[in-house]
Design a protein around this ligand. Structure first.
Ligand SMILES: Nc1nc2c(c(=O)[nH]1)N[C@H]1C(S)=C(S)[C@@H](COP(=O)(O)OP(=O)(O)OC[C@H]3O[C@@H](n4cnc5c(=O)[nH]c(N)nc54)[C@H](O)[C@@H]3O)O[C@H]1N2
Ligand SMILES: Nc1nc2c(c(=O)[nH]1)N[C@H]1C(S)=C(S)[C@@H](COP(=O)(O)OP(=O)(O)OC[C@H]3O[C@@H](n4cnc5c(=O)[nH]c(N)nc54)[C@H](O)[C@@H]3O)O[C@H]1N2
Ligand code: SF4
Ligand SMILES: [Mo]
Length: 711
C-alpha cells in the first residue's frame, strides 16, 4: 500500500487529493489537508474517480461502429480509418468541411492542452467550435476588449474582500467557475467572521443564497438593467475611485443616465431602494468585488453583463485592489509567455448565419446550421474531442440527426455517449488517475497562486494510450498522409508552422511543463515541484496594474463600441413587453453537486439519492395552471417541447422555472452496465440555437420563454 498525492481534474476547483493505492488500484480518496489552495476540501465527485477507473463501460481500446454493433480494433487500424476519413474529406471538400468541437474536459487534461491543440491546428479548418461559446465567451471577449487579452481575467479576492456580490453563479454546487475556489463554504464562513458580506442575485434561492447574508431574486435576463442601475447610482452619488489608467468615465455616465433604479426596478423584479442600497454599500465598502457566472453569461445580454461587472469594479476602485478583483501570477504564465494569444473578434464570419468568430472559433449555436445547410463549405466530417454536443448544445435533437448524416466522424472519448455513438471510430484516452497532470488553465484563474505537478497515480491498462500519445500518433500520420496527397492545394498548406507543431507533438506533457517551468521567472521545474507533492504555495494575489494590462497603450477604455452598441436593446426591455406574454414562464438552468455536465451519470456512488432532473416551479405558478406537485408536464419553447416531472419549490422566483442540463441519456439506446438511476429529458431539445447574445453570439441557455401544461 502506498499513499500518493495529486489534484482532482473534474471541475475547476483543483482540489488536492490523497490517494491510497493497493495492487494497482486506488482504494480510497481523501482531501489533502496540506494542499495550500484546497486545504483538505473535497466533494463527492472526487470519490467517483475510483468508479470511473473501474467502470466496465469505459473504453480502453478504440472501437469501430459496424452494422452489427461496436467492434474493438487495434490502434493502428483506428488511426488509419481516422486519417483516411479526415484527409479524404479535406481533399474532396476542402479543409473547412471538417468541423471540430472541443468539449469541457479538454481544459481539464494536460495532454489535451499540450498535444490536442497542435493536433487540431493541423486540420486548418475554420469550422472550430467549443464549449467556450456555451459558457464563458462573454468573459473572454470582455477581457480581450478591455484588458487586451482573452485570459487577462480579474479574479475575486474572496479571502480578503469585505463585500462579495455574486450574480448568476452557484459555487456551492459548481465549486466555482472562472474563479478556482476550492472550499467556497469555508471561505464564506471566513468572510463573514471578519465582518464581510455576501450578496447573491439569482432567480432561484440557491445553495449559495443559503450561505449568503442576502439574496435577491432577479427576473432572468434582466441583470444588464440591474448592473447599469448599480453603475448609475455609483456615478450619480460620486462614489467613484477611478485609477488614472482608465478612460471613458464621463461617457459611461451618459450611457447609464436612463437606467436609474426607479426605471429598471419593475422589470428587474427588485425594489428601487434595494438597488440603490446595494450600490451604496458596494461602493462604500473598504473593498468589494462583483462576480457573474453562467446565469449572466449564457443569457441574452451576456456580454453587456460581463462588461458592466468590470465597469462597476473599475469605477469603485476595486479592480487591482486587495479584496477586490486581482490578476493572478501563475508559475506558467499563459499570457506573459504568449502561450495563448490575445484573441481576436469578428475577423471573419460564419457561412450560414453570418455570426462573428472569436479567437478562431465560431459560436456553437450555429454548428447545427453549418452541418445541415447545403452548399459549399458545409461540414461533412466532425472530430469531437471530449464533448457531447447532442446533449450540451441548443438544438440537440436536430444535431443528433445531423451527426448521423455525416460522411465521417471521430470521437475522442472513453465513453459511447449520445454524440460519440454516431462516430465511425471512438479513440479513448486513459482517465485522469492514469496520467500526469499540471493545471495549466485553472492555475491561471485561482484565488491564490499555487503550483503542483501530479505524476500518474496508476499505470495504464494494457493496450491503453494517454490522450497526448493519441494526438502525437495521429498528428504524425495525418501530416504524412497529407504530404502524399496528390492534391497540390493541400500540399502547399504544409507550412513551417505544421513542422513546428509536429515537433511539439513529440515532446511529452511532462517535458513540456518542465521546459515551461524552467524558462519561467520562478526557477521552478517538475523536479522541484515533485518535492512538494501537496503543492507549492506562491502566495496571495497581488496588484499589478497597469503593468499587467495587455492593451497596446496600457490603459483601460471603458467605452467598448461593440458592447455599448447593444445598450439600446437593453433599454428596450424598459419599454417593450420584456415580461413574457400571458401564461409564459422564463426557464433557467441548474447544476447539482452530484452531477457533471453530460457525463458521470453511471457512477452509482455519485448519483445516489433522490432524482434531480425535475422542472422546479413556484407553487403559485403550478396552482394557477391546475398542475399538481410531481405531475408530468409538457414544457414548450419556440424550439420544441419535452415531457418532465415538476417539483414545486418556493425557492423559485414566481414566473420562473428551472431545468438542469446534461440529461437525456435514455434517448439513445446507449446501454450502460451500471444501472443508471439518472432519468429526465435533455433541456437542449428546447433551448433555441437561434437565440444568441447579440454581441458575442454566445448561447442563450437562461431566460427562455416556455409554457407548461399537464400531460
Ligand atoms: N442548457 C444548458 N446547456 C449547457 C450548459 C447549461 O448550463 N445549460 N452548460 C454548458 C457548459 S458551461 C459546458 S462547459 C458544456 C459541457 O458540455 P460538453 O462540452 O459537451 O462536455 P461534457 O458534457 O462535460 O462531456 C464530456 C464528454 O467528455 C468525456 N470525457 C471526460 N473526460 C475526458 C478526457 O479526459 N478525455 C476525453 N477524450 N474525453 C473525456 C466524457 O466521457 C463525456 O462524454 O455544456 C454546456 N451546455
Ligand atoms: N457539480 C457540478 N459542478 C460543476 C459543473 C457541473 O455540471 N456539476 N459544471 C462545471 C461547469 S462546465 C461550469 S461552466 C460551472 C458553472 O458554474 P456556475 O455558474 O457557478 O454554476 P450554475 O449552477 O450554472 O450557476 C448559474 C446560476 O445562475 C442562475 N441564473 C440563471 N439565469 C439567471 C439570470 O438571468 N440572472 C441571474 N442573476 N442568475 C441566473 C441559476 O439559477 C444558477 O444558480 O460549473 C462547473 N462545476
Ligand atoms: S470540487 Fe471539483 S476539484 Fe474539488 S473534489 Fe470536487 S470535483 Fe474535484
Ligand atoms: Mo462550463
Amino acid at each position: 500500500m502506498t499513499v500518493e498525492f495529486g489534484t482532482c481534474n473534474l471541475c475547476e476547483a483543483m482540489c488536492g487529493l490523497e490517494f491510497t493505492v493497493e495492487d494497482n488500484a486506488v482504494t480510497s480518496i481523501r482531501g489533502d489537508k496540506k494542499d495550500p489552495l484546497s486545504r483538505g476540501h473535497i466533494c463527492p465527485k472526487a470519490l467517483s474517480l475510483i468508479d470511473l477507473h473501474a467502470d466496465p463501460d469505459r473504453l480502453i481500446k478504440p472501437v469501430r461502429r459496424t452494422d452489427s454493433g461496436w467492434q474493438e480494433i487495434e490502434w493502428d487500424e483506428a488511426y488509419r480509418i481516422v486519417v483516411d476519413g479526415l484527409v479524404s474529406t479535406r481533399r474532396d471538400h476542402g479543409a473547412n468541411a471538417v468541423g471540430i468541437y472541443q468539449g469541457n474536459p479538454n481544459v481539464h487534461s494536460l495532454g489535451a492542452m499540450t498535444h490536442g491543440i497542435p493536433f487540431t491546428s493541423m486540420l486548418r479548418t475554420r469550422n472550430r467550435y467549443s464549449a467556450t461559446s456555451l459558457d464563458q465567451l462573454p468573459h473572454q471577449l470582455v477581457n480581450h476588449l478591455m484588458y487586451g487579452h482573452q485570459l487577462v481575467l480579474p479574479i475575486p479576492d474572496i479571502d480578503r474582500t469585505d463585500f462579495f456580490l455574486v450574480l448568476g453563479g452557484n459555487p456551492m454546487a459548481s465549486n466555482g467557475s472562472m474563479m478556482t475556489v476550492p472550499d467556497f463554504a469555508q471561505r464564506v464562513r471566513d468572510l463573514k467572521a471578519r465582518g464581510g458580506t455576501l450578496v447573491v442575485v439569482d432567480p432561484r434561492r440557491t445553495e449559495t443564497a443559503d450561505v449568503a447574508d442576502e439574496h435577491h431574486f432577479v427576473r432572468p435576463g434582466t441583470d444588464a438593467l440591474l448592473l447599469l442601475a448599480l453603475v448609475n447610482v455609483v456615478l450619480e452619488t460620486g462614489a467613484t475611485r477611478v485609477a488614472d489608467y482608465v478612460d471613458g468615465v464621463s461617457e459611461i455616465a451618459s450611457f447609464v443616465r436612463d437606467f436609474a433604479p426607479e426605471a429598471v426596478a419593475p422589470v428587474v423584479g427588485m425594489a428601487a431602494e434595494a438597488i440603490t442600497d446595494l450600490a451604496t454599500r458596494f461602493a462604500g465598502a473598504e473593498s468589494a468585488v462583483a462576480y457573474g457566472r453562467m446565469g449572466v453569461s449564457t443569457q441574452k445580454f451576456g456580454t453587456v453583463c460581463q462588461w458592466a461587472i468590470q465597469v462597476l469594479n473599475i469605477l469603485t476602485g476595486n479592480l487591482d485592489r486587495v479584496g477586490g478583483a486581482l490578476l493572478t501570477d501563475p508559475a506558467i504564465d499563459l499570457v506573459e509567455r504568449k502561450i495563448v494569444g490575445r484573441g481576436h473578434f469578428d475577423k471573419w464570419r460564419s457561412r450560414v448565419r453570418d455570426l462573428p468568430e472569436f479567437a478562431g472559433e465560431f459560436p456553437s449555436s450555429t454548428l447545427v446550421d453549418e452541418m445541415t445547410t447545403p452548399g459549399d463549405g458545409r461540414i461533412r466530417a466532425m472530430a469531437v474531442f471530449s464533448g457531447n454536443p447532442v446533449l450540451s448544445m441548443p438544438g440537440g435533437d436536430t444535431l443528433d440527426q445531423a451527426f448521423a448524416d455525416l460522411d465521417f466522424m471521430v470521437s475522442f472519448d472513453f465513453y459511447i455517449n449520445e454524440t460519440s455513438r454516431h462516430a465511425d471510430v471512438i479513440l479513448p484516452p486513459t482517465m485522469s488517475l492514469e496520467r500526469d497532470h499540471y493545471d495549466l488553465i485553472f492555475s491561471t484563474f485561482a484565488v491564490r497562486n499555487t503550483a503542483k505537478f501530479m505524476p500518474a497515480v496508476l499505470p495504464k491498462k494494457p493496450g491503453a494510450k494517454a490522450d497526448w500519445e493519441i494526438f502525437r500518433d495521429l498528428g504524425i500520420r495525418y501530416q504524412a498522409a497529407l504530404a502524399q496527397s496528390p492534391v497540390d492545394r493541400v500540399r502547399r498548406r504544409l507550412s513551417p508552422k505544421s513542422v513546428v507543431a509536429e515537433a511539439r507533438l513529440r515532446l511529452s506533457p511532462r517535458r513540456t511543463v518542465d521546459a515551461l517551468l524552467r524558462s519561467g521567472r520562478k526557477g521552478l521545474s517538475v523536479r522541484a515541484l515533485s518535492k512538494s507533492p501537496h503543492g507549492t504555495d506562491l502566495g496571495p494575489l497581488r496588484p499589478g496594474l497597469p503593468a499587467k494590462l495587455r492593451t497596446r497603450d496600457k490603459r483601460i477604455q471603458l467605452v467598448q463600441d461593440v458592447v455599448v452598441g447593444d445598450l439600446p436593446a437593453v433599454h428596450d426591455m424598459l419599454t417593450t413587453a420584456s415580461v413574457p406574454a400571458d401564461g409564459q414562464l422564463l426557464m433557467i438552468g441548474r447544476r447539482h453537486l452530484r452531477s457533471n455536465n453530460s457525463w458521470m451519470h453511471n457512477t452509482a456512488r455519485l448519483t445516489k439519492g433522490k432524482p434531480r432532473h425535475q422542472l422546479l416551479a413556484h407553487p403559485d405558478d403550478l396552482r394557477a395552471r391546475g398542475i399538481g406537485d410531481g405531475a408530468l408536464v409538457t414544457v414548450t419553447s419556440a424550439a420544441g417541447s419535452v415531457s418532465i416531472e415538476v417539483l414545486a419549490s418556493d425557492r423559485m422566483m414566481p414566473g420562473v422555472v428551472s431545468m438542469p442540463h446534461g440529461f437525456g441519456h435514455q434517448r439513445t439506446g446507449v446501454e450502460l452496465s451500471v444501472a443508471s438511476t439518472v432519468k429526465g429529458p435533455s433541456v437542449n431539445d428546447i433551448t433555441d440555437p437561434q437565440q444568441v447574445d447579440a454581441v458575442s453570439a454566445n448561447a442563450v441557455l437562461n431566460g427562455i420563454p416556455v409554457t407548461i401544461a399537464a400531460v
